[in-house]
Design a protein around this ligand. Structure first.
Ligand SMILES: [Zn+2]
Ligand SMILES: [Zn+2]
Length: 343
């Protein structure tokens, strides 16, 4: 366990911390922690990150803004649950204490099942980040120990509850202080950081995750936004093995639909590495018709295709970024590639 808690409570670390980024939520954990649970749903999200030992971190959030667009009935039900009992504080902030009490009651139930004595402490509500958030810090002991925080973000209107859980002997307070020191719940300047398994990318906030494949040697994240524009980021491991059999250009044509969109492959450079790039347009009549239909609302149908791939010898990985975009969305691929941290 590379994180130690020194006498004065500061956390020291010997290796780079783990950055986790998902649906606008972003935080640090000690080295070697890995994402093990997640939801694709933006409105009612969940993340679980496991340590190499017995600790884990959990984050849950609700995002009424997205819930509303999905189902009015579901949204009404959720707001009723959040605000029931007249629990709306001044300024329309939701009653966090009520949600936290329900959460701690569930934790106490679990402790009772394991015949452990449950105790919890909740700090008074405080303002954070210059009044952007209202928060309660809490800790509990029972079946192990937990330290966490519940808050409401007045900017993105999310309610987030997050905690670090471990055994009585684990340095839970030290890990919680790492986790909450820089924790954010929404992106900045219209971009969100997605970070998992050492992949760190930036994606415009109005793209939402549509599909994912998270395997040990292969990661794929597919995003889409209203109007049908699409963004795909992929990463392969063991680049040295793959590039013994194929050149980077051959790998690019084999894995991305370069020929299908009739793009010419040009050499380029990304993050100081040799790269290949292409641009073309959607050709098949069915894909064309679909792009036109989806892009009708935005008058910016995703008929243009751009892609880039590069190998990073430092990380021994190959990266590919593909964009299906409208005519007006110029420069998206460059911005995404520039935000992709490969080593
Ligand atoms: Zn926020
Ligand atoms: Zn690199």
């Amino acid at each position: 366990m590379p994180v130690r808690s020194s006498d004065d409570g500061n956390v020291e670390q010997d290796a780079p911390q783990t950055l986790i980024g998902w649906q606008g939520v972003r935080f640090l954990l000690p080295p070697e922690w890995n994402l093990t649970g997640f939801s694709l749903d933006r409105s009612n999200g969940y993340l679980k990150v496991d340590s190499p030992g017995s600790m884990f971190a959990q984050v849950k959030w609700t995002d009424p803004k997205y819930t509303q667009s999905r189902s009015v009935a579901e949204w009404a039900w959720r707001s009723w649950k959040t605000y029931r009992g007249g629990g709306v504080a001044a300024g329309g902030d939701p009653d966090l204490k009520q949600t936290l009490d329900a959460f701690l009651k569930d934790t106490a139930k679990a402790a009772k099942k394991s015949r452990s004595e449950f105790e919890c402490k909740v700090k008074p509500e405080s303002e954070e980040l210059g009044g952007q958030r209202m928060a309660h810090n809490f800790s509990w002991t029972g079946n192990g120990q937990g330290q966490g925080k519940i808050w409401y973000c007045r900017e993105c209107k999310r309610v987030v509850i997050a905690q670090v859980v471990g055994t009585a002997r684990d340095p839970v307070p030290a890990v919680a202080s790492v986790m909450f020191s820089e924790m954010r719940d929404h992106g900045e300047d219209g971009w969100e950081t997605w970070a998992l398994f050492d992949l760190v990318i930036g994606v415009p906030s109005n793209f939402s995750l549509k599909a994912q494949k998270l395997m040990s040697g292969y990661l794929r994240l597919e995003f889409q936004r209203i109007g049908g524009e699409k963004l795909v980021v992929e990463r392969w491991g063991l680049a040295d093995v793959a590039l013994r059999r194929f050149s980077l250009g051959e790998w690019f044509e084999k894995t991305c639909p370069v020929r299908q969109h009739a793009g010419r492959v040009a050499e380029s450079e990304v993050n100081g590495h040799k790269a290949v790039m292409t641009s073309g347009s959607v050709k098949s009549p069915s894909a064309w018709a679909r792009a036109l239909a989806e892009g009708a609302a935005t008058k910016n149908p995703a008929l243009h295709y751009e892609a880039a791939a590069w190998s990073c010898p430092e990380a021994n990985r190959i990266y590919a970024v593909q964009v299906w975009r409208g005519k007006q969305t110029v420069g998206l691929i460059d911005e995404v590639v520039a935000r992709c941290e490969c080593h």
